[in-house]
Structure formats: C-alpha cells, structure tokens
Design a protein around this ligand. Structure first.
Ligand SMILES: [Zn+2]
Length: 58
C-alpha cells in the first residue's frame, strides 16, 4: 500500500513530504542529504518519519 511520509532530515532538520514508493532518490531540498532510495517497490527511508499520511487504521 502506498502512502506519503513527512520526514525530518537528519542533517539539517528540514521537514518535507515524500512518497512511500518513490522511484528516484529523494534528497533534502535544503542540504541535499539523501532521504529515501528506490528499492523497486517501497522506498528505503533514511530519514526520521514524523507523520504518515493516508494510513488506514482498519
Ligand atoms: Zn537537510
């Protein structure tokens, strides 16, 4: 299941939204730190996840 994560950059503390199944490397918009890497499905999240959007609780 796909969703969006709000993550905090471990390097500069910037928060941004990334897609759970990102197909390209996601970098911090501020300092260029790698936040997520594609893994042919669910992306490998390398930053701290602070919120998950669209997660079903049922
Ligand atoms: Zn950063």
């Amino acid at each position: 299941m796909s969703c969006f994560y709000r993550v905090r950059c471990p390097s500069c503390g910037n928060e941004q939204i990334i897609y759970s199944h990102a197909s390209t490397t996601v970098r911090c918009q501020i300092c260029d730190e790698i936040l997520a890497e594609p893994r042919g499905g669910r992306a490998k999240i390398k930053a701290q996840i602070t919120y998950i959007y669209g997660k079903k609780t049922s």
